[in-house]
Ligand binder design. Sequence first.
Ligand SMILES: [Zn+2]
Length: 208
Amino acid sequence: MPMEKLVKGIHTFQQGFFSKHRELFEALAETGQKPETLFITCSDSRVDPNLITGSPPGDLFIVRNVGNVVPTADLPGGTAAAIEYAVEVLQVENIIICGHTQCGAMNAILNPETMENLPFVRKWLTQTTRVREILARGYGHLSAEARVTAAVEENVLAQLENLRDYPFVARRLEAGTLHVNGWVFDISSGAVFDYEPEEGEFKAIRAQ
Ligand SMILES: [Zn+2]
């Protein structure tokens, strides 16, 4: 039973991780949060931002939605509100937009007929129309799986552009107090790829 599994998990957390890190939680409760990074990723259950970056509670302000979309600046909504709060109030220093391999949202934008009975998903993903156009223009020769991966990468780049269009983000980028990165997490290998603008490609992040 899923619920029993969760209840057991809470017990394990309280007896294990929480009791080992009680001071951290007490400090976070007392002083409030001061996360360094805004992490925008997909809702996919296989992507765990804290796990893949080894980040303890308090370090990442996380926004998740279907397809790690950053809505265009004229579209109000929960995602934009969270980004505004992270940048303006929490004063995060980094923003990471992290897509992932085998993304169902990217598969859906390449195969719109799969969204016929999903009006909310369809409407939400209209914000990725540009990705579909790029794919149709330049990636017609790829296999189905490679096309999804290409869409994942192009989508991260498109969402980075939307992010830079927010006036409050543009201001802080201009001032040099904010950095943005586009990542792709590979579920099967655990590798994380970072977009290198100078080289125009995603490269694996290696331990330094
Ligand atoms: Zn996804």
